[in-house]
Design a binder for this molecule. Sequence first.
Ligand code: DX5
Ligand code: ZN
Length: 217
Amino acid sequence: MPPPLLVPSILAGNHANLAESAALVARIGLPWIHVDIMDGHFVPNLTFGPGTVAALRQASTLFFDVHLMLDEPRRYVEPFARAGASLISIHVEPPGDTAGALAQIGRLGCKRGIVLNPGTPASAVEPFLASVDLVLVMTVQPGFGGQSFRRDMLPKIAQIATWRRERGLDFRLEVDGGIDLATGAECRAAGVDTFVAGTSFFRAPDPAAFAAAFARL
Ligand code: DX5
Ligand code: ZN
């Protein structure tokens, strides 16, 4: 299993100075940043558009882990790829051609991710496991940062980790929502290697010390 990768979520960063929040992540030596895109429909909140991502790309060379929480992800794959996304994750729940959208993400030169909400069974992503670079298991109902970790997602995480091992696949297994050092350790034991953290990272008294502790999980 790859070493634990901590991925700060810029949703908890300084919205008046996103570039500085990204610079903090880079200064600490973390290679990825998580960027949440919300449409006010698939989730009850609004965040950033392609223009904001493009501006952030001008200010940062980090790997952009872009999480699309959209009713119609396929309509926005190309604008976010052109804006500078490094990886684009789409949810499996919205109707439409998920396989086609994943293939388009790959053709645009980005890594491909598939996401499932707490209410969605692991079987929903099984058809896509061989054609993605990352599987993201939501550990909160998406839409807001600062929510509590859902421990009842651990069996689903373990199931996907088992499929990965049994089938010799090498996608990253990511969690998102309510992740801190304690819940991160539980996820690590279930097979997770990639950890999105918003509140726990950007509100930490010492983010560098937090990141160092995470690396020891
Ligand atoms: C929620 C987002 C998460 C969120 C995590 O819908 O997808 O990425 O920013 O924030 P915390 O770590 O505060 O739960
Ligand atoms: Zn997210």
